[in-house]
Each structure stands twice: as C-alpha cells, then as structure tokens.
Design a protein around this ligand. Structure first.
Ligand SMILES: [Zn+2]
Length: 257
C-alpha cells in the first residue's frame, strides 16, 4: 500500500468537525438524560395538580326548591356546577369533577365520600336558596360549624379527643381553610357585583360538608321563591358569569400560600 493509496482511504479518526460536535451533544444527552428528565418533571408534576369536586345539590326525586314558574333547584345546581367545573378544567393545573353529572338521587354522604376518594383539595356544594320571602338579593357562602360534642371535648380532658376520630368531625380539621375559601369567594363575588349584590358568609352545621376531609363550602345562590331570582337563575349568561367568578375564587384559594 503506497502513501498515495493511504491518502485516499477514508480514515475513521478524522471525522468532519460537525460530526464531532453532534457526537459530543449526543453523548452529553445520553448521560444527562436521567437528570434532565427528573428536573423537567418538577415544574408541573402530576401531584401538583389540584383536584376540585363540585357538588350539584339534590337530584332525581329530590328536586330541592321549586320556583313559582316551575324552575327546580336540582337543575339550576347541575347547570351552574357544570359551568364551574368547565371553568376550572380550563386551568392546566386543576382537575374538576362533579359528584353527579345528570339528574339522579345521590345520598348526602356519597357526595363527600366521592371527594374523599379522589383526595380532593376543595369541595364546593352548589344550592339555590329556598323560602318565598326573597327580599334579599344575596348569595350565602356556608362553611361547616364545629359539632357541639367536639366543642365539649375541646374543653374537657385529652380523652375527649376520641371524638376527633369520628368521621363526622373530619371537617373540623379544615375549618380555617374552609373559612378562608368562603372569604375569597365572597371577595370575588362582591368585587364586580352582578344582580345578586350582597354576599353573606355563614357558619352552620351542614351534613353535606361535615364528612369532607378537605376545605369545603356550600354556596346558596339567590332565592328560588323570588320570581325575579327565578328568572335570573334560568338565564345561562347569568349562571356563566357566576361560574367564572366562583372558579376564579377557588383558583385563587388553591394558589394562595
Ligand atoms: Zn338545596
């Protein structure tokens, strides 16, 4: 083999500069991949997604309140809850679920147990105010009060702590956060008042909230016995506006430190 022949023989040690660059980059990625992959997962880990359960009150034979023109609370609650869940699902980091997505009965404790099974970060039960007075243009945001037996156990000795373990008292552990969520919802609703101008925060013993092992509120919109409110509550645009506000408030609550 002559020197001339060698000169024309491809020499594998003399790769073009671009090839060497590509190889270096490839080797870097092969070794760095496990670290890059784990770091890339940090900004949006699956576990950081918040779960919200929206509960349309009543359903099936349990119609809830009935307006003079025939509107039923169970239907208004389902429409508004679906709109709230849709709004929340538009956010990348929230997954919203409904306790019922159609017109059927659902036992009260199945609602919170569904939220507990999903390990939800917030539970919102949607209702329409009853009664036929209807003078107040208002929304009520309820959070669950402490059960009386728990108050007693708090004032007695440590053995009274046994009652803490009762499932019906579980919401007590979230009282502060539930109140905080109620206040944020109030703030959002009064920020740009719509037809329902006043918002009341109320504390009450509510069976639908007591088994919720996460911050939980019940929102009562208007008064179905008031013909004007009934008109509004049948208006899809009005419900959509409300849904945006409630979803914004829930998102703010979940994003707050
Ligand atoms: Zn109701």
């Amino acid at each position: 083999m002559t020197a001339t022949q060698l000169k024309h023989k491809p020499n594998r040690r003399h790769y073009p500069p671009e090839f060497r660059l590509y190889s270096t980059v490839m080797v870097f990625f092969i070794f760095a991949w496990p670290f890059l992959a784990s770091n890339a997962a940090f900004p949006f880990p699956r576990s950081a997604e918040a779960i919200v359960v929206v509960d349309p009150g009543h359903g099936g034979v349990d119609t809830g309140g009935r307006g003079r023109a025939g509107a039923l609370e169970k239907n208004i609650a389902l429409t508004l809850s679906s709109l709230i869940a849709n709004q929340l699902n538009r956010k990348n980091d929230i997954n919203a679920f409904l306790t019922r997505n159609d017109d059927y009965s659902l036992p009260i404790f199945d609602r919170t147990s569904k939220a507990n099974q999903l390990d939800a970060d917030a539970f919102i039960s949607i209702h329409v105010g009853g009664g036929f007075g209807g003078r107040e243009d208002s929304v009520s945001v309820f959070y669950n009060t402490r059960p009386p037996e728990l108050e007693m156990s708090l004032q007695s000795d440590i053995q009274g702590m046994d009652s803490f373990n009762e499932w019906s008292s579980i919401q007590f552990f979230h009282l502060k956060q539930s109140r905080k969520m109620a206040r944020i919802i109030e703030k959002e609703l009064v920020r740009n008042p719509m037809r329902l101008k006043t918002v009341h925060i109320k504390e009450a013993p509510l069976a639908v909230l007591e088994g919720a092992d996460m911050p939980a509120v019940l929102i009562e919109i208007g008064c179905i016995g008031n013909p004007l409110h009934e008109e509004w509550l049948k208006d899809h645009d009005f419900l959509s506006e409300l849904a945006v506000k409630i979803a914004t408030a829930v998102y703010t609550f979940l994003s707050a430190p």
